[in-house]
Design a protein around this ligand. Structure first.
Ligand code: ADP
Length: 599
């Protein structure tokens, strides 16, 4: 109940703040529906009574005049009400589109701003999938919920009108209608419960299916799928989850059919009883033929308005419980403390003090007792085996995760004290799994900052991408990938990496981090990039992660990660001389290669 109240409040509030015009549309729809429904009960009675009088007494001019008046009123009212209603529905559908987009953007915005750890948490991802489906076609969004609300309101008003007629003129109809209604309500509530259960089950299979389908059709994965012959695997996976979905729907359909048969039976009994009762009244001449028609349509209107109110209540609660998933996602707990200390200008000093860390939801420590000091403008190289915790170390420094124990200090202050936005502006990071968007090359590099052509040209030149960019069909305005634009381009692995490097250079942040973004380059090209990069970022603090130790030579300090901690720390010359040292061994293993390739 709380869910429904909360969702309803949120939806009404959102509609009122974003598009108050929607309420005018609903008001007009309410008026047109009421006029149409009530006139369909009263006017035919008046018309029929006049027609019967004309048949009995063919010369009565007054009867003919009134019959024509009622007939014309029925025709004109029906025409104009349906015309206005149609226009309202058209505008309502436009609002619906607008709200669909509004919620999609809101959801995406929240997904981009929530704590980073949620993006690696299956529960949060599942919640996001439920939110997406719940707010769109399952609930119909704001308009779906307001539709249900409007149906309840319209039918309640109609109900009062017809209930008054029935109670006054043929009260026995009431229990007959109520009984058949009770059967329908019971069956409908069973069906709704079934639907909500299926929806919950479907959330996971929908997420897997859309992931698999996305990858099947995404050309970016085309190579992996072909070379690893993964097409069959992907198809099998999608078929498996698709079958699961189909089975869920099939089971739902079977149970739903059983319920609807019971409702049909109850309706047949109700109609038979109503005709018998009103027919008996007519035979006893207690009512006119016009009354007969009015009572019959009142009985059916009473039933359908009551049915619509109750199914409307169930419908609104069902829609709200779907849409509530969206609110739940918006409220997904952000656990990171956001301070408000400003970051000072200039270069910065970084310190890791007894830092330990395990990922949320896991127990195994990935980093233990990390102690490290990075001076302003210092260049640090981080090396170590796969899985040693190097990327995690960077994630902690960038505050994508908070440390489990210990502290990270920047300029002597715990990083949790800084405003998150300001703190993140300190870093330009190129992760090994960096992503480029299917937008223009320029958009990818500028990445939301203000566009400055000189700065862009400088970043392109520094990352050695300028020449390549100028040879593209539309220069830096060329769209990457073919997802949105048939003239889009597919950059080579090296060009993509240079684009990511340009993006970091364009940001011009005081701390630059390279987390093996050059892995796709050959060792000589990588050596060149690091050598140039070292020059480019002189005067800034820089942290490099690389498997290839040639890059370490340019750095002031090297931290060797092993067994979840820093095992060795020093300059290249110090570490390379260390007997049986990890770094010395790694360097010796790779040195031969560099002797041959790098002068
Ligand atoms: P490296 O960069 O040195 O290869 P990582 O920092 O990526 O190492 O990973 C260190 C350890 O943390 C690995 O055992 C990895 O499986 C684990 N790990 C990485 N990311 C996550 C995550 N999101 N959740 C749980 N464990 C993770």
């Amino acid at each position: 109940m709380n869910e429904i109240r909360k969702t309803l409040g949120y939806m009404l509030n959102t509609a009122f703040r974003q598009k108050p015009g929607l309420f005018i549309i609903y008001f007009l729809m309410l008026v047109t529906t009421l006029v149409t429904k009530l006139q369909a009960i009263f006017l035919p009675k008046l018309l029929i009574d006049q027609v019967v009088a004309i048949i009995k007494n063919s010369s009565s001019k007054e009867n003919i005049r009134l019959a024509i008046l009622y007939a014309v009123t029925i025709i004109l009212l029906t025409f104009f009400m349906s015309l206005i209603h149609g226009i309202c529905v058209h505008f309502k559908n436009l609002y619906k589109e607008w709200f669909n987009e509004y919620f999609e953007i809101k959801l995406a915005d929240h997904a981009m701003r929530m704590d980073f750890e949620h993006t690696e948490n299956p529960d949060a991802l599942n919640q996001m999938s439920k939110a997406k489906e719940g707010i769109s076609w399952y609930s119909g969004g704001v308009v779906g919920i307001l539709d249900a609300f409007y149906n309840i309101l319209t039918n309640t008003t109609v109900l009062f009108g017809v209930a008054a007629i029935i109670i006054i003129s043929c009260p026995l109809l009431l229990p007959i209608v109520l009984l058949s209604l009770a059967v329908m309500l019971f069956m409908n509530s069973k069906t709704n419960r079934l639907k909500v259960d299926v929806f919950k089950k479907l959330a996971k299979s929908n997420r897997v299916c859309s992931y698999v389908f996305y990858q099947l059709s995404d050309i970016a994965y085309g190579k992996e799928i072909r070379l690893y012959d993964s097409a069959d695997m992907m198809e099998n996976k999608s078929r498996e989850f698709s079958n699961r979905r189909i089975n869920d729907w099939k089971n739902l359909g079977k149970k739903q059919r059983r319920n609807s048969w019971c409702v049909d039976l109850a309706n047949t009994v109700r109609d038979s009883c109503s005709y018998l009762y009103i027919g008996a009244l007519a035979l006893k001449k207690k009512i006119t033929i016009g009354d007969f028609s009015m009572y019959i349509s009142s009985a059916s209107t009473l039933y359908w308005s009551l049915a619509s109110i109750t199914s409307g209540l169930q419908d609104i609660s069902k829609r709200c419980s779907y849409a509530y998933q969206f609110l739940k996602f918006l409220e997904y707990p952000n656990v990171m403390r956001n301070g408000n200390e400003p970051i000072r200008e200039g270069n910065h000093e970084i310190e890791f003090r007894h830092v330990c860390f395990h990922y949320p939801g896991t127990e195994k420590y990935v980093l233990r007792d990390i102690n490290l000091h990075i001076n302003p403008e210092e260049h640090l190289s981080v090396v170590g085996e796969n899985g040693a915790g190097k990327t995690t170390f960077i994630k902690l420094l960038c505050r994508l995760y908070d440390v489990t124990e210990g502290q990270i200090l920047v300029d002597g202050k715990d990083i949790r004290e800084y405003s998150e936005e300001e703190y993140r502006s300190l870093f330009a990071v190129i992760f090994q799994d960096f992503k480029l968007f299917a937008f223009s090359l320029k958009d990818n590099i500028v990445a939301g900052e203000t566009i400055d052509s000189d700065r862009l040209e400088r970043a392109l030149k520094l990352s050695a991408l300028y020449e390549d960019a100028m040879h593209l069909e539309n220069g830096a305005d060329t769209i990457l990938y073919k997802s949105f634009d048939e003239h889009g381009t597919e950059l080579s692995g090296g060009q993509k990496q240079k684009t990511a490097i340009s993006r970091a250079l364009y940001k011009d942040a005081p701390i630059i981090i390279l987390d093996e973004p050059t892995a796709a380059l050959d060792p000589v090209a990588e050596y060149e990039i690091y050598r140039q990069f070292y020059q480019l970022v002189k005067g800034k603090t820089a942290i490099y992660i690389s498997h290839r130790l040639s890059s370490c030579k340019f750095c002031d300090k090297i931290a060797v990660f092993a067994e979840n901690t820093i095992k060795e720390y020093g300059t290249h010359d110090e570490l390379v001389k260390k007997k049986n040292g990890i770094y010395a061994k790694m360097f010796a293993a790779q040195a031969q290669y560099y002797m041959e390739n790098v002068s």
